[in-house]
Design a protein. Structure first.
Length: 506
């Protein structure tokens, strides 16, 4: 990973801020993150109101999370409660007062210190129907919450990347001389995360569920992976603080920040969970919704054979799926600072043949905190030449400027552009018909907790890319014949790219 240059830049920025402060000028360079208190969403006392609410939220990891069920007829739930002799309970029904509520069996397991993780699955859902649910925390029933099961013939999805709540901890807010630290950073990032979700749902009220490309939170001990890690629970509390998430299922992906701690597995109740691709956070999983098979990979486990086995099994069990979508965290065809790293390139050349052999239509990724959309790609791995690849150490020296760019480095950058993978497609560049390849999308940060720059050299495989240090979200529309995706900035609602559409006629 590219660390040294970033650390040097952070030191320089910190010195700049401290020197400015000593001269009576209290201003931080905010490139690379979104300072919540300076956004329009913070106006009219909203930031001050949030700061007051945060004092109650930050020590309460008991918020419920919803996950898509194994298909559209099911819905999965998970929540924390304090350890006690009181058995957690859950009920679900169609009446707002839940007088018709049916109790659902709850399973519990010990989680972080003082808490248990509770999970249940609701079955028998029918489309275009409103339901209500309630659950107990420490023996007390929650207020009933509504959930709308939406249409499955054609539907809309919200797609986001890297909320990474708490990642702005090293930044210096306007008027301060010191880094924010975890508490203030999590407060900042959670406010922006709430705003992104609320903005997206206000403009797109018929969203069926959300897909997150991973890194829900920031903190972990990557050198010592463990089943429990208390130090990121404040970040999970911030991530789950959005009231909208009580009615919106989220298919989360395990990112590199999620992977080393088992807390992820306590907060999310993933369907069809597999032991393949496991870290302590969990493994690969899949679900179907309408005509689409969604497969979610934990590519922090680099055992490619396991991911291959998982994909082949999921595809074989869902042969009637009209569309096949894979989500993984690392942007194997992205355009941010990580995209040219040998580790990412190696993952690309290992996974792409599996995707193509299984007729995957779209791959959704994150990791680079910068938006990009590929051309339709196929076969880029077929002419792999090991002699043109670089080691991680050599690449880092070039990237950080320790070694000047030379013919070897330029040849590497040119090689990993995979120019020959770009497919000629029917239709115009943004409306392709019956493509014989795969679309790769990389999401920008949805919270603004951290942004990465785009690489200077735009890769041949990239059709469009964008980075203006503003949180964004995408909406996906799927029908029997069309898959389209549009992406918007949260500050003014404008599109950052043309709508891209795939049409199937066969």
């Amino acid at each position: 990973m590219i660390k040294r240059a970033k650390k040097l830049m952070t030191i320089l920025l910190t010195l700049t801020v401290v020197l400015s402060a000593s001269a009576g000028v209290f201003a931080a360079d905010n490139d690379g993150w979104t300072e919540a208190s300076k956004t329009s969403a913070a106006d009219n006392g909203e930031w001050e109101k949030w700061c007051d609410e945060w004092e109650q939220i930050k020590n309460n990891p008991t918020q419920v999370s919803l996950t898509p069920g194994k298909d559209e007829t099911e819905l999965n739930f998970s929540w924390y409660s304090k350890k006690s002799n009181e058995k957690p309970r859950f009920k679900f029904g169609k009446k707002a007062d839940l007088k018709d509520g049916k109790e659902i069996e709850v399973t519990s397991e010990e989680a972080v210190s003082g808490y248990v993780s509770n999970k249940c699955i609701v079955t028998g859902l029918t489309e275009n129907t409103t339901y209500y649910y309630s659950y107990t925390v420490d023996g007390k029933w929650s207020e009933p919450v509504s959930y709308r099961a939406r249409s499955t013939k054609e539907f809309d999805i919200l797609f986001v990347g890297d909320p990474q709540i708490g990642s702005s901890s090293g930044n210096i807010a306007t008027g301060s001389e010191t880094e924010q630290g975890q508490d203030k950073a999590t407060r900042n990032d959670s406010f922006n995360w709430n705003n992104t979700i609320n903005t997206a749902l206000k403009d797109n009220p018929n969203i069926s569920f959300m897909i997150s490309a991973g890194d829900q939170i920031q903190s972990r001990d990557k050198k010592n992976p463990s089943k429990t890690y208390d130090n990121n629970e404040i970040e999970y509390a911030g991530y789950l603080s959005a009231d909208a998430l009580k009615s919106l299922p989220v298919a989360t992906t395990i990112g590199n920040h999620d992977a080393p701690s088992g807390n992820y597995s306590y907060h999310f109740n993933n369907p069809n969970a597999s032991e393949l691709g496991e870290t302590v956070a969990g493994g690969d999983y899949y679900y179907t919704y309408g005509n689409t098979l969604f497969m979610v990979l934990n590519t922090n486990n680099y055992n490619i054979a396991e991911h291959k086995e998982f994909i082949e099994k999921a595809v074989s069990e869902n042969k009637d799926a009209r569309w096949k979508v894979v989500t993984l965290h690392q942007d194997i065809y992205g355009s941010g600072e990580h995209s040219n790293e040998p580790e990412i390139v190696s993952l690309r050349y290992s996974l792409v043949p599996i995707f193509e052999d299984n007729d995957i239509d779209v791959v959704l990724t994150g990791h680079d905190h910068a938006y990009s959309r590929s051309h339709i790609l196929s076969g880029g791995y077929k002419e792999k030449d090991e002699s043109k690849l670089l080691s991680e150490d050599d690449f880092e020296k070039y990237f950080d400027g320790e070694v000047e760019s030379d013919e070897k480095y330029e040849e590497y950058l040119k090689y990993v552009e995979d120019k020959k993978a770009v497919e000629t497609t029917k239709g115009d560049i943004n409306n392709v018909v019956d493509p014989e390849g795969i679309l790769y999308m990389t999401a920008n940060s949805a919270s603004g907790s951290k942004y990465y720059d785009l690489v200077t050299r735009k890769q041949s495989y990239i059709a469009s890319r964008w980075q203006e240090d503003v949180p964004t979200y995408s909406t996906i529309h799927i029908s029997d014949t069309e898959f389209s995706i549009s992406t918007y900035r949260t500050d003014n609602g404008e599109k950052i790219d043309d709508t891209f559409k795939i049409t199937k006629t066969k």
